[in-house]
Design a protein around this ligand. Structure first.
Ligand SMILES: C[C@](O)(CO)[C@H](O)COP(=O)(O)OP(=O)(O)OC[C@H]1O[C@@H](n2ccc(N)nc2=O)[C@H](O)[C@@H]1O
Ligand SMILES: Nc1ncnc2c1ncn2[C@@H]1O[C@H](COP(=O)(O)OP(=O)(O)OP(=O)(O)O)[C@@H](O)[C@H]1O
Length: 275
């Protein structure tokens, strides 16, 4: 590994999240269309013994403890580095922050562990950081062809929701998966039509635990989203808009009406050069 090394940790977004069953160990079987965004955290690795410094708008949401996923990832890789994490994503918000950070540290080190999922169910897909279909409990990651450009607005009420609590609150754990083969999406309208026929099965239980999630979805709908949905186990919700300008206007409108929320416009992250 050549240091210093700076690695972007793009936010993960579950465009769909179907919960199709539960394993004997309690983990849930998933079928999810996952994309990566041009907003995210940044990790920087420099020469030195293993350490972590936190910067950025959401640094205060994380204690500087040995369980931070950046440190766990470096220990799994057997690497020494002075790591700086610029925390731009809200913590525990359904957009993969910790998993994205762990994957970015592994990419920076150049390590592909045999079982990256031991760091978190989203770490395998975050290691790929490209549009993917994620299945099983998260360890099956099938890369998808390039998707059409998307214009998104992300909204989070700045209240953390616990992933295990949301899974526990599910009433039906055996829901249908997405179709076996996904269409080639010629444009954003076709992708949006497909997404409308899909679901996030964690959305209803998450709203039951945190009703503000329904307010985020309503704000996106009122601002003209073609589709609104929660990502992961929440609480971040996304809206799809027909153009970057419409997304920018929606972001302004929602941010003005809800100064206590995190509201950001985003597109898809450029696909990494190597598969
Ligand atoms: C909800 C998703 O964000 C969808 O992408 C992920 O499945 C969760 O990924 P993550 O935050 O990296 O999750 P982990 O830290 O591995 O797991 C947190 C907790 O979520 C529950 N969990 C997670 C993944 C999974 N397939 N089934 C589960 O039931 C388990 O209770 C687990 O203890
Ligand atoms: N680098 C990190 N960034 C964020 N959270 C971390 C990190 N390291 C450890 N954690 C812990 O992981 C927990 C989950 O945070 P994270 O931001 O990864 O959740 P999330 O966005 O809901 O993820 P997912 O979409 O994968 O469910 C937090 O409660 C936090 O204490």
């Amino acid at each position: 590994m050549t240091l210093p090394r700076r690695e972007f940790a793009p936010a993960k977004l579950n465009l769909t999240l179907h919960v199709t069953g539960q394993r004997a160990d309690g983990y849930h079987l998933l079928d999810s269309l996952v994309v990566f965004l041009d907003v995210g955290d940044v990790v920087t690795l420099q020469d030195g013994p293993l350490s972590l410094s936190l910067t950025g708008p959401f640094a205060a949401g994380l204690a500087d403890d040995p369980d931070n996923l950046c440190l766990r990832a470096a220990r799994l890789a057997g690497a020494q580095a002075a790591i700086t994490l610029e925390k731009n994503l809200p913590v525990a918000s359904g957009i993969g922050g910790g998993s994205a950070d762990a994957a970015a540290v592994l990419r920076a080190i150049g390590c592909q562990p045999d079982r990256p999922e031991i760091l978190g169910a989203d770490v395998p897909v975050c290691l790929a950081s490209r549009p993917s279909r994620m299945q099983s409990t998260g360890e099956i990651v099938v890369p998808l062809p390039q998707l059409p450009p998307l214009h998104l607005v992300l909204v989070n009420p700045l209240k953390a929701v616990s992933t295990p609590a949301v899974f526990r609150a599910l009433t039906n754990r055996n829901n249908p998966p997405m179709p076996d083969s996904l269409p080639d999406f010629a444009d954003a309208a076709q992708l949006t039509d497909f997404l409308r026929a899909c679901r996030n099965d964690l959305q209803a239980p998450a709203i039951a635990l945190m009703p503000e999630i329904a307010d985020c979805l309503a704000a996106l709908d009122d601002a003209g989203a073609d589709l609104s949905r929660m990502s992961g186990s929440g609480a971040t919700c996304f809206g799809l808009f027909a153009s970057a300008e419409l997304a920018r206007q929606a972001r302004e409108r929602i941010a003005q009406a809800h100064p206590g929320w995190w509201v950001t416009a985003s597109g898809l992250a450029p696909a990494p050069a190597t598969p």
